[in-house]
Ligand binder design. Structure first.
Ligand code: PLP
Length: 355
């Protein structure tokens, strides 16, 4: 090892889902939205004044922050925005988890939490989900330096209600509790309603899934103004101009079209429920996902083999070679047409395996 290598920060990075770009492929592997963003987003992009790009953007992202505050019944001081919720979460870990006690999150959850904890040297302890992948409330009653819960959880898709979160928050008032709501719009009730009750609650959301803007990188956090102030202090110590002008304008445009937003989500939810019935009929097993994906296993099929077989068909889903979930595939909900192709293939595949 060279002398200089001893001074290097070594980390094991998060591995994002593949982003293949093959003609005709069916991409069900990174929970993107199969429908385009609201029409107003395209319009806002066309109207963008490129001359304006010579100037720095508004460091406070006022336009976007105010639009988010209005939509969520909050004040601007209660809203923070960043480059995707990944950046928002990374800054939140850096800001709020300074304790020597471990931060708690489930053993099966968004694997980036572990990566950030390691990057920043934050002690953490994974809490095993129960056999049905449910969160065990009593695991979050021990001493800790903070709590992170994805709701609905990923990759399980399982949802807890605000009363469950209220109990966790009540028992953990001395630490920050982060609720990652990347998928909340697909069937859950947001914990934003708990913000007036708890000064230690940070709710994180994204425009990547329900708003079809993964390519634009927009995330947000909501909490009482004290929390948001601390988050901003760290952000301004890191990069004042995280949100570019385009992201601010397009994000705000997306929020203007509530009708399109609801319609798109309803389509995805309808498709999800229909595909659940079809997968069930084929012998797949899965929890009651309230997200835009289904996390399924089959008692007679090998998940990695099925994953590869699907890839041969140009259908991409997500497989995690990890303990407890190595028999599962996470399948994003695409359009009805895409899901028909998937289900037709699975019918043949299951039938062939039965013979
Ligand atoms: C997709 C996802 C995110 C990150 O989304 P961004 O695209 O960075 O906004 C955060 N948390 C969970 C649980 C996710 O699935």
């Amino acid at each position: 090892m060279a002398e200089w290598e001893k001074n290097i920060r070594r980390v094991e990075p998060y591995v994002p889902g593949e982003q293949p770009n093959r003609p005709g492929m069916i991409k069900l592997n990174t929970n993107e939205n199969p429908y385009p963003p609201a029409p107003g987003v395209g319009l806002a992009l066309k109207q963008l004044d490129t001359e304006r790009l010579r100037l720095y953007p508004d460091p406070a992202s006022t336009l976007l922050v105010e639009a988010l505050a209005a939509r969520n019944g909050l004040k601007s001081e209660q809203v923070f925005v960043g480059v995707g919720s990944d950046e928002v979460l990374a800054l939140a870990f850096l800001t709020f988890f300074q304790s020597k006690k471990p931060v708690l999150f489930p053993d099966i959850t968004y694997s980036f939490y572990e990566v950030w904890a390691q990057l920043y040297g934050i002690p953490y302890e994974c809490q095993p989900l129960d056999e049905a992948f449910g969160i065990r409330e009593e695991d979050y009653e021990k001493e800790n330096g903070g709590i992170v819960l994805a709701n609905p959880n990923a990759p399980t898709g399982l949802l807890v209600d605000p009363d469950f979160l209220r109990r966790i928050l009540s028992k953990n008032q001395d630490v920050i509790v982060i609720v990652d709501e990347a998928y909340i719009d697909f069937g859950g009730e947001s914990a934003v309603s708990l913000i007036p009750e708890f000064d230690n609650l940070l709710v994180v959301q994204t425009f990547s899934k329900s708003r079809s803007l993964a390519g634009m990188r927009i995330g947000a956090a909501f909490g009482q103004s004290g929390l948001i102030r601390y988050l901003n202090d760290v952000k301004y110590s890191f990069n004042s101009y995280t949100m570019d002008l385009t992201a601010q304008k397009l994000g705000a445009a997306s929020l203007e079209d509530e009708g399109y937003f609801r319609e798109t989500i309803q389509k995805i939810v309808n498709t999800r429920e229909r595909v659940k019935a079809e997968l069930k009929a084929l012998g797949f097993r899965f929890g009651d996902s309230k997200a835009n994906f289904i996390f399924a296993t089959h008692p007679k099929l090998s998940a990695p083999e099925l994953f590869e077989a699907l890839k041969q068909e140009n259908i991409y889903v997500r497989y995690f070679a990890k303990p407890r979930i190595r028999d599962y595939l996470r399948i994003t909900i695409g359009t009805d047409g895409e899901m028909d192709v998937l289900v037709d293939f699975l019918k043949k595949y299951v039938k062939a395996a039965d013979q």
